[in-house]
Design a protein around this ligand. Structure first.
Ligand SMILES: Cc1cc2nc3c(=O)[nH]c(=O)nc-3n(C[C@H](O)[C@H](O)[C@H](O)COP(=O)(O)OP(=O)(O)OC[C@H]3O[C@@H](n4cnc5c(N)ncnc54)[C@H](O)[C@@H]3O)c2cc1C
Length: 427
């Protein structure tokens, strides 16, 4: 019988635990090659009227760290990670054509680019068998009591339906072994994973990779029990401890949302169950909502009038944009948050709401420039959550109220009463 040779294309699934596409491929092939394409999103996002690069240094660093970690894990199974420089699908097709591959797998992802790349690959190499499982969300579309075209327009009805009708499925079986690699038989240009440049992170613990993701979850739940006060602390502005900090690992798929859910459930049954433990699940449901919202609305997520298709007047003034980006607007709380973002690649959820509200309302700017800057700077950039939240705050997205403007003075009094956060970042 003809040998089955499989290729797993790592994209936003930089992990081995609960990686259903990889697990399924492994169960079906005799040989395996693992590939990642560097910078894939920088080239392929829908174009916008600002020339800021999409992938900034904080996220590049995080991704490099995650790839190095993944390669080490793969080596434990006699495998290695082949890193290709992205140039459309060409490098991947070259690898596929260099050997007689029979099967290709990749994780399902809600993003427009991920969807279209996958469709293109299937079209270009129709002779292959394709595997695409979804480990990137808590639920499968088939579990919802509605078709995706009828996804509720806002979060609350979505949450209520999901909580009533859907159960998070169990994790995919742990990988015990991997087929041998066929890599010695292939010749093509790849980048040595260990030569990928990395630098020290502002938050030492925020290092890319599955190893650190699992450590952080363990730390937040089992080692420190910080999860038990999450609901009270989650609106903090500064520091490591006030929220889970899982977002960057989730965004690169170093950890799956289902894995977090099952750990949380175990924690609730073995240690403590309270409003805070529920609230982490509640926030994961926001992520879930935005992911399906992206899948439903596709490119409308990037359009000025949003998924609602409403026209809102705004300017696109480069100087104002630059002042906001550099933390020079004159609104202290906003400036502190924006400087924190520049320096660390991270900003709290409260901070993100305030700076976005200021950009749209006080400064009267086109929300897409703000979203684009976040896309460049954020270590945890996630297309669905970022553009979905920005639309929400700009009044063109999944918000039934249609207008949300934060009172920056009141918010400062409430969330930074001693002005210590402002003092720290504006000094
Ligand atoms: C304008 C704006 C842009 C944003 N851009 C992103 C982004 O690019 N990537 C990103 O992961 N989150 C984004 N968020 C959501 C949220 O701010 C971050 O997920 C959160 O601050 C990350 O910190 P954490 O992991 O400690 O979150 P926690 O408070 O510990 O929450 C746990 C997890 O729940 C999810 N979550 C929490 N709040 C939200 C939310 N409002 N929307 C979607 N998911 C949520 C995240 O996966 C997060 O890791 C954005 C919010 C706003 C207002």
């Amino acid at each position: 019988m003809k040998k089955k040779i499989g290729l797993h294309w790592f994209r936003k699934d930089l992990r081995l635990t609960d990686n259903p596409s990889l697990a399924l491929l492994i169960s079906q092939v005799d040989e395996l090659v693992c590939v990642y394409m560097l910078d894939e999103l920088t080239l392929l996002e829908p174009s916008l009227p600002s020339n800021q690069e999409r992938l900034g240094e904080h996220r590049v660093n995080f991704i490099h760290q995650a790839l190095i970690d993944l390669d080490v894990s793969l080596q434990g199974f006699g495998q290695q990670l082949i890193v290709l420089q992205n140039n459309g699908l060409t490098p991947l097709l070259n690898v596929i054509d260099s050997l007689e591959f029979t099967d290709v797998s990749a994780e399902w992802h809600c993003g427009v680019n991920e969807q279209s790349q996958w469709a293109e690959l299937k079209k270009l190499r129709p002779q292959l068998s394709f595997i695409q499982e979804n480990g990137s969300t808590l639920f499968q579309a088939s579990q919802f009591p509605f078709a995706i075209e009828n996804l509720p327009a806002s979060f609350s009805p979505f949450r209520k339906k999901v909580e009533k009708y859907c159960q998070v499925e169990s994790l995919s079986a742990p990988i015990q072994a991997m087929p041998a690699s066929s890599i010695c038989q292939i010749s093509f240009d790849s980048i040595d994973v260990n030569r990928l440049p990395t630098s020290k992170n502002y938050y030492a613990a925020l290092e890319g990779g599955e190893t650190k993701a699992l450590e952080q979850l363990k730390y937040y739940l089992w080692d420190t029990d910080q999860i038990t006060t999450y609901k009270e602390t989650r609106n903090g502005l500064d520091g490591w401890e006030f929220s889970s900090k899982l977002s960057a690992w989730l965004a690169q798929g170093c950890i799956s949302p289902k894995y977090i859910y099952h750990q949380l459930s175990q924690y609730e049954s073995e240690r403590t169950k309270n409003d805070s433990t529920y609230w982490l699940f509640f926030e994961l449901l926001w992520r879930e909502f935005f992911h399906w919202n992206q899948y439903k609305h596709k490119a409308a997520l990037f359009s000025k009038s949003g998924v609602q298709g409403v026209a809102k007047a705004s300017s696109a003034d480069l100087k104002t944009l630059q002042c906001w980006q550099q933390g020079d607007t004159g609104y202290p709380i906003v400036d502190a948050c924006m400087r924190q973002l520049l320096r660390t690649g991270f900003m709290s959820n409260r901070g993100r709401q305030l700076v976005a509200s200021c950009f749209v309302h006080e400064l009267g700017q086109d929300w897409r420039y703000g979203a684009r800057h976040f896309e460049h700077q954020l270590v945890d950039f996630d297309v669905a959550s970022n553009w979905g939240n920005w639309q929400y705050l700009a009044g063109v997205g999944a918000d039934p109220r249609g207008h949300r403007q934060f009172n920056l003075v009141k918010q400062t009094e409430f969330y930074d009463p001693q002005k210590s956060f402002i003092a720290h970042w504006l000094s």
